[in-house]
Structures are given as C-alpha cells and as structure tokens.
Design a protein around this ligand. Structure first.
Ligand SMILES: *Cc1c(COP(=O)(O)O)cnc(C)c1O
Length: 392
C-alpha cells in the first residue's frame, strides 16, 4: 500500500473567477464559438505580442490545421523531433506526409539544428520545433535552415507558454505556433489550443479549421447572420467553445502568478538535487526564459545504481505522482514498424528516455509538498554510496 496522501503530478488550478465566468457563459444564449472566444483570441495575442491568434479545441488541432493550411501532403517530408508527444508526429501522417526525425541536443533535449540541416532533402517542406518541457528550441538556427531551403517553420508550443527566446515570447513571430490548454498544461481550458501566426495565414486556417466554410461561419445563427455559406475546402471541426474561452480568459490573467510559483519550485528542486552527482539537472540557456512546464531531471548511471524505473516505483510507493516525457516517437510500434527504426537510431533521445522522469510541478504545490518530493527522491535514488555530495 502506498503511504501518505496522494500528491498529484499536475492537477488543474481553477479559481472562483473561472467558475463564475463559465457559469455566466452557460446562462447566455451563446455557448459555442462566439464573443468570449473572440475576446480570448484578442487577449492571448496581446499577451504574447502575436500578430494574430485562432482559438481551437486542441494543440493537435492547431498543428494539423497549420500543416493543411500550408498545403503539406503526400510526397512531402516534415522534420521534427523524436522527443515529443505523439500528436506532433501523428498530424504529419494525417496529412499524408512523411515525418523525418532529427535527434536532440544532449542538454535541452530540443531538436538539434545541425541534425535538422543534415536531414533536409529536396522533398522537405517544413520543420516542426517542439519547445521541450518549456525550454525554447534554437529558433535562430532553425529559421536559418528554413530560410536557406524555403521551408515553413512550425512551432509545437504546447509546453511554451509563457517562454521567451532572445527576449520575445514564443508565439510572437509570423510563423505558425500551436499552444495547448490541455488539463495538465501551464494554463488550461480543460481541452483547448491556440494557433498564432500572421493574419493572412490565420484567415485561411480559420476557414480550414471550421468545415472549410467560406465566411465567418460561426455567426450564421446570430441576429442578422445569413444562412448562406459555401464550402471551399473539406475542412475540420476544430473550433473552441465560449465555455472553454471563459476558462482561458481567467487562466491567462493568472499566468504570471502561476509562473512565479513554478520558478520557485524549480529553484528549490535544482538546489536540492544539484549537490549530488547522481542527478543531471535540466538547464536554462542564458538567452531564453524557460516556461517550466515540466521539471525533468535525469539519473546518472555512473553515480547511482538506482534506475529510472526504480525511482518511479519508489515515488509511486510514497504516493507521489510522477511521469515520463516522453517515450521517443521511434519506439512506438506504429513508427518503429512503418519506418524500421531501432532504439539506437536516435541515440541521444533514447539514452535520455532511459534515465529521465518528470517530477510534480504546478502552482498548487506547497513548500512542504516540495520537501516531501525531494526527500522521497533522495531516499530512493541515493543509496549510501551515491549520497556523497560532489567533490567541488
Ligand atoms: C500536450 C501536447 C500536445 C497536444 O496538446 P493537445 O492540446 O492535447 O492536443 C502536443 N505536443 C506536445 C509536445 C504536448 O505535450
């Protein structure tokens, strides 16, 4: 039997303002895409200084819509990272294109720009960068590769709100960036997402994301709206509802406060684990601001005999929620079998996967919760030999 009260890995952080706004929305005659969604798009774009924003029902929808809007399909290749959630790669398959994986940098676990450049072929049409755990990928180098070969640069920003690269928020560029408001993410609408990018791209993406209807089709049931519409593309059904947007508006207003708490928890973890050789800590490069969606230390097998799976089991026995982000794409049966991948084809991602785990990180963690996690990790991961502090 596990001991102690269960400490969840990443519960949502919903306040009374969110609840009141959802209830008020439900009392209006407009509960799906409407004025609240428009307002959420505007406030989200303003927050990031993005040229425009399109609210959708998931980040996956945003990535799928972006690829379709760019006209990427059969015969095309899209380069992305093995160190991501399957959605990033599934959408490439769904438009009929071929995903090409490029291994990651050993420190950030973001797609390595040099390996991306080496993976470009005449069929490459786009790159999808994932800001792993909330640490921005090296956008300058990736953009240079994209420009050199005439490729689109799409960002999977599911972890990256609010993250900055060289002072600018992720999502503030003209290229497509897809955010997630899934229940575990840094801000949530239960399910939801946002696509940012330049206004012309977003106009077309908006049409494609809502059945391929030619006009602002959500208004067709409003006073003065017209029943007439035209289908100009076999589009998707990916719109956000006003009930979700009601949540998002308040989550966005609380984001800065959430991030202060995330950073404080991370600082405590880094200080506690940094004195032991057994842990390889996550990094934050000097020119970025990390969104700290995930806190992902790795075990160093040269310094401890305890495995990642031992550590996960030890935390489970102590009723502490932890997880693994991610099982690399090339290990999943669909991708492994379709493309004939072996684990060592992407050795950095594979090695990291065997040693990493994600510890609880969310704004509701109290100081004593954080100390409980630290004590549990040290107790399990540091048998006497490894408990010696670093030499210097
Ligand atoms: C959560 C996540 C997604 C999918 O987000 P949804 O909003 O659930 O579609 C995509 N990519 C990454 C890296 C994620 O972590």
């Amino acid at each position: 039997m596990p001991t102690g009260e269960f400490l969840p890995f990443s519960p949502p952080c919903i306040g009374e303002d969110e609840i009141a706004e959802v209830a008020a929305t439900l009392r209006t005659d407009w509960i799906t895409t409407g004025p609240k969604t428009k307002q959420f798009e505007r406030e989200f774009a303003d927050y990031l200084n993005a040229p425009g924003a399109l609210a959708l029902n998931s980040c996956t929808a945003g990535l799928h819509t972006a690829l379709a809007t760019l006209g990427i399909g059969p015969g095309d290749e899209v380069i992305t990272t093995p160190m991501t959630f399957a959605a990033t790669v599934n959408v490439i398959e769904q438009v009929g294109a071929r995903p090409v994986l490029a291994d990651v940098e050993p420190d950030t676990l973001n797609m390595d720009p040099a390996r991306v450049e080496a993976a470009v072929t005449p069929r490459t049409r786009a790159l999808i960068a994932v800001h792993y755990a909330g640490h921005p990928a090296e956008l300058d180098a990736l953009r240079a590769t994209a420009d050199r070969h005439g490729l689109a640069l799409i960002e999977d920003a599911a972890h990256a709100i609010p993250a900055r690269y060289r002072g600018r928020y992720i999502g503030s560029g003209d290229n497509p960036a897809a955010f997630s408001f899934y229940a575990t993410k840094n801000m949530t609408t239960a399910e939801g997402g946002m696509l940012t990018g330049d206004p012309d791209f977003l106009d077309r993406a908006r049409m494609i994301s809502l059945h391929g209807m030619s006009r602002d089709a959500w208004k067709r049931y409003d006073q003065g709206g017209s029943w007439r519409y035209e289908i100009v593309y076999p589009g998707f059904k990916y719109n956000m509802t006003d009930v979700q947007a009601a949540l998002g508006l308040w989550q966005l207003r609380r984001l800065a406060e959430f991030q202060r708490r995330r950073r404080a928890v991370v600082a405590r973890y880094q200080a506690a684990f940094g004195v032991y050789d057994a842990f390889q800590l996550p990094v934050e490069r000097p020119h970025v601001e990390h969104a700290w969606h995930l806190y992902v230390p790795r075990l160093r097998p040269e310094a401890t005999d305890v495995t990642r799976d031992d550590l996960l089991a030890g935390l489970a026995a102590r009723n502490i929620g932890a997880s693994v982000h991610f099982i690399p794409i090339h290990l999943h049966p669909y991708y492994r079998d379709k493309y004939g991948y072996a684990p060592e084809d992407f050795p950095i991602a594979y090695d990291a996967f065997t040693r990493l785990l994600s510890l609880p990180l969310h704004p509701r963690l109290r100081d004593d919760d954080v100390e409980r996690v630290i004590d549990a990790v040290l107790e399990v991961a540091l048998p006497a030999r490894a408990r010696l502090p670093k030499a210097a």
